[in-house]
Design a protein around this ligand. Structure first.
Ligand SMILES: *Cc1c(COP(=O)(O)O)cnc(C)c1O
Length: 714
């Protein structure tokens, strides 16, 4: 290993760009770059869980030498590396063309998790995936942008399901030398470490740099020999249930994050808190102004004017709040710095809960953010109602919380086969205008047969992936045969396939489709027109009800009467998600409205021609147009949950029986379902441009970042 902790990756000189590409996550969404590794040794690529640094550390020299002599490989290498360099050096980005005067005012984006790729498991779920997609798109459109977060020692847990359906959690160690990170350097070229005060001690965090295309993420790590043992563990895992760990993590993220940027010589014009977990950044920025001589009120205006806060939680109880006794333990040193008394500080974010007074992180964030948004139109509306009590002089509609509906990063989820189809029918530059609905009209010219062939390929690929996993379990572990069947060994790639993959939380109602089990069995066991359903998803380790839901689903999956057509795919992560959103026919989503702030997995499905069958919650009321999928139930919300569930289940079954199944199985003489394909095309054409991060990031920029940047220049 070299002194800076990086693995030496020895390659022939003519392939010297490979290690460079491996150290920039650019490859994670640019298939031509990624394909270089797959081409050389597909099996090794799978074994290293798609980690190119690990790949290059292990690939035999003979494979590299063979690649050198392979003309086709060298052609691909040249094309991919040329495109990579062009990307890095481009100056004609959307941002530069649209806002040439704002290149020097970077946006600092804080998030406790970044879901960029399965080989870097520093994310838990939707929030992290959004941060990861946001970062990739910031790179694509040339936004001046830096991310701030953590590099965890172990990251989020991996999941196994026991024979009786209980979730078993285990953790992999994330070896830093095998990750695309390097120590972040200050302008003088020195490594950067920050220090924050915790009760009776200081804790230190080393700052790492992760390059994501054109933009850097700065990730903190407290696993340092000069920290005391429990502080070394602060960046061990995501979302501890231990409140002391949690609050200390958030002090490091918010306060340490600001200090890290300062040491790196970065002077952000905009500060974006993705969810309330990073809200303590406000304290550090307030202190900076107060220590320069501004009054508290003046400082607050400065901070507010340049701060963006995105909320993700539509239910009061889901919002993070720390009990006051914890605030008393951690914050005296901080409130005195900005000249507040205990009472004044506590009152900034006071929220009374049934268990006592608490300090509410979103309340604190809102008090210091001029720009605040929810993540879908419906969620914006719910948020204005939920937080109206903070603005007693304002009507609900005037509460200053808007919305920017989430999107997904197209290139990260779109199947390679579809990318090739688009190149052929839409012109090679479709990526440059993918948020323009007109770009997609050309899809109507694609012959249905050709379109269907791509989809069938993706279905076979998903099911082969599942069988391979089952085979591996069967060979290497003591897995019971019924678990191999439960994992999808008996799936049929010709059958209508529904995917249901999401966190197992009670409001997501995984059980809705099992409410009338006989009716479900009739659909599964129809010999002419069978249905099959693939479940996947994790429950938070501390969420017992969520785990019981997995167990219920798993027990149903194991029943012989389901004929192996109800299955559970373990260990949901970005790789599993990609296979599922590309290889199902229908994407099912059954949250209890309005608990789903946005949801993004259905957007990933839609862009691959997979049809959404969803409650009108989150993004779906904006996406659904009557022809591009189906809506379950209505927008009416019943107070009685039981009545709501039974009404929604009735609607779900009726749509399946009368619309989904008949349309899917209506075939011409060549076995092609034209009506279904018309819906697939409609889904892609309408949803891909609107629910892309391209559209989303332009919205953030036009509506939130640019006004904040203007303020910062004043
Ligand atoms: C997209 C994605 C999510 C978020 O999807 P939801 O629709 O919000 O459930 C969570 N986990 C993974 C791995 C994803 O890819």
């Amino acid at each position: 290993m070299s002194p800076d902790n990086q693995m030496e990756l020895a390659v022939p000189r003519a392939l010297s760009k490979l290690p460079e590409i491996a150290r920039n996550l650019y490859w994670a969404w640019n298939q031509d770059a990624q394909f270089l590794f797959i081409y050389m040794d597909k099996q090794l690529w799978e074994e290293v869980n798609h980690n190119p640094i690990r790949f290059l550390a292990l690939v035999p020299r003979s494979t590299l030498n063979a690649a050198l002599r392979d003309d086709r490989f060298m052609e691909l290498y040249k094309a991919a590396t040329t495109r990579y360099e062009k990307y890095l050096n481009a100056t004609n980005t959307w941002f530069n063309k649209t806002y040439p005067d704002f290149k020097q005012t970077p946006i600092a984006y804080f998030s406790p998790e970044f879901g960029l790729h399965e080989s870097l498991p520093i994310y838990a779920g939707g929030l992290g995936i959004l941060s990861g997609d946001h970062t990739k798109e910031a790179s694509d459109i040339g936004l001046p942008f830096v991310g701030v977060g953590f590099i965890y020692q172990q990251g989020y847990f991996r999941q196994k399901i026991s024979e009786d359906g209980w979730q078993i959690e285990y953790w992999d160690n994330l070896e830093h030398a095998l990750q695309p990170i390097s120590p972040a350097l200050d302008p003088q070229g020195n490594e950067v470490e920050v220090e924050v005060g915790l009760p009776g001690r200081n804790v230190y965090a080393k700052v790492w740099r992760l390059q994501v295309g054109r933009v850097p993420l700065y990730l903190m790590d407290t696993n340092l020999p000069h920290n005391n043992p429990e502080d070394r563990e602060l960046t061990h895992r995501l979302y501890s249930s231990n409140l002391d760990v949690r609050i200390a993590q958030e002090i490091v993220l918010g306060i340490g994050g600001v200090r890290a940027l300062r040491k790196l010589g970065i002077n952000p014009g905009v500060w974006h808190m993705n969810e309330g977990h990073s809200s303590f950044m406000i304290l550090e920025r307030m202190a900076e102004w107060v220590e320069q001589g501004l009054s508290y009120e003046q400082a607050q205006i400065r901070v507010k004017d340049t701060t963006v806060f995105t909320t993700h939680t539509p239910v009061p109880a889901g919002n993070e709040a720390f009990p006051d006794w914890l605030i008393d333990r951690y914050f005296p040193q901080y409130w005195t710095r900005i000249g507040l008394t205990r009472e004044q500080f506590i009152n900034l974010a006071r929220m009374d809960q049934p268990w006592g007074p608490t300090f509410s992180m979103p309340t604190f964030a809102l008090a210091f953010s001029k720009y605040a948004n929810g993540v879908s139109e419906l969620h914006g509306k719910v948020s204005r109602e939920m937080w109206q009590h903070l603005y007693p002089d304002k009507a609900v509609n005037d509460v200053p919380i808007g919305s920017v509906t989430n999107g997904v990063h197209t290139d990260s989820y779109l199947a390679r086969r579809y990318q090739a189809l688009f190149d052929k029918y839409l012109g090679k530059d479709w990526r440059d205008k993918l948020d323009d609905p007109d770009t997609w009209k050309g899809l109507l010219d694609v012959p249905d047969e050709e379109y269907w062939e791509v989809h069938r390929h993706l279905k076979r690929k998903l099911q082969a992936f599942m069988r391979d996993r089952g085979r591996k379990l069967w060979v290497t572990t003591q897995t019971h045969p019924v678990q191999i069947i439960a994992g999808g060994a008996l799936l049929d790639h010709n059958a209508l396939t529904i995917g249901f993959a999401r966190r197992f939380a009670t409001y997501k109602r995984a059980g809705l489709i099992m409410r009338d089990f006989d009716r479900l069995l009739a659909l599964l066991r129809d010999s002419q027109r069978p249905l099959q359903i693939i479940f996947a998803g994790k429950a938070h380790p501390a969420d017992e009800p969520g785990k019981r839901l997995i167990q219920q689903a798993y027990q149903a999956v194991k029943r012989a009467e389901t004929a192996g057509r109800l299955v559970f795919l373990e260990d949901y992560d970005q790789n599993v998600a990609r296979h599922l959103v590309q290889g199902c026919d229908v994407w099912l989503n059954t949250p209890r409205r309005p608990h789903e702030a946005s949801g993004t997995s259905g957007q990933k499905a839609a862009l691959n021609g997979v049809l959404n069958l969803s409650i009108l919650d989150g993004w779906w009321p904006e996406g659904y147009n009557g022809h591009n999928g189906w809506s379950i139930g209505t927008e009416e919300q019943l107070a009685d949950q039981e009545a709501q569930d039974s009404r929604d289940a009735e609607s779900l079954f009726s749509i399946l029986e009368n619309e989904v199944v008949p349309t899917f199985y209506k075939r011409d003489n060549n076995n092609v379902p034209h009506d279904w394909i018309r819906m697939m095309k409609e889904s892609m054409m309408t949803l891909l441009p609107a629910f892309s991060t391209r559209r989303m990031l332009k919205d953030y920029t036009n509506q939130l970042y640019i006004p904040a940047m203007r303020n910062s220049k004043k």
